[in-house]
Write a protein that binds this ligand. Structure first.
Ligand code: GRF
Length: 200
């Protein structure tokens, strides 16, 4: 069994989608070992506990980023976590975290990367005037939303869209894309060729 650790900061709907997919047997060979939030008030912690998944708040409390992450890394290591899924974790990981779990950290981002990395991706897409946007699941490296892409799903951008209406349309696809991507990675049927993730 590959043990997953999911990092969140808020609502945790992608975490719930992953936990449900594991529960329903859609990610064979995986189990969710722990959900960690950097905010104790994250609604996602309750959703994790409701699913009988261990839910931990590890807040930053004025510490430097590395010190904070060292505590998260210890919690993940103690539980034997092998794959880390960022799901609305609102902090950029330091190089020490990326190094610790090299090639074993995934993220989901609400745009078709490399377009619109960073915050407020849905607003960026609307303001840019693109006609399609979507979501991307990718490996995390030291760059901002820049690691090798595992999967993407596309949605149309409508004329009257606000960041919220577009975000809601994208979120439906996020909840399908993330379990698919984790299934691929857990199954191990891929290799990374330069920047490209290709099936074996
Ligand atoms: C999602 O839009 C995700 O793509 C982005 O943050 C949001 C998290 O939502 N990284 P949720 O907490 O999973 O509901």
């Amino acid at each position: 069994m590959m043990k997953l650790g999911i990092l969140i900061s808020g609502r945790g709907s992608n975490m719930s989608a992953l936990a449900d997919a594991v529960e329903e047997g859609r990610i064979p060979g995986a189990r969710v070992s722990v959900v960690v939030s950097d905010r104790a008030d994250a609604a996602g912690l309750r959703h994790a506990a409701d699913r009988r998944v261990e839910a931990l708040a590890i807040e930053r409390r004025g510490r430097g980023r590395e010190e904070h992450e060292r505590e998260i890394i210890s919690a993940l290591r103690e539980r034997g976590v092998e794959l880390v899924c960022l799901a609305g974790y609102m902090r950029l990981l330091s190089p020490c975290f990326v190094e610790e779990f090299r090639g074993r950290v995934l993220n989901i981002h609400p745009s078709l990367l490399p377009a619109f990395p960073g915050l407020d991706a849905q607003r960026q897409a609307i303001e840019h005037g693109v006609k399609f946007s979507g979501c991307t699941v990718h490996f995390v490296d030291e760059t901002l939303d820049g690691g090798p892409i595992i999967t993407q799903r596309v949605v149309p951008v409508h004329a009257g869209d606000t960041p919220d209406t577009l975000a809601a349309r994208i979120l439906v696809e996020e909840h399908k894309a993330y379990p698919e991507a984790v299934r691929l990675v857990v199954g191990g049927n891929y290799k990374i060729n330069g920047r490209r993730v290709v099936g074996k």
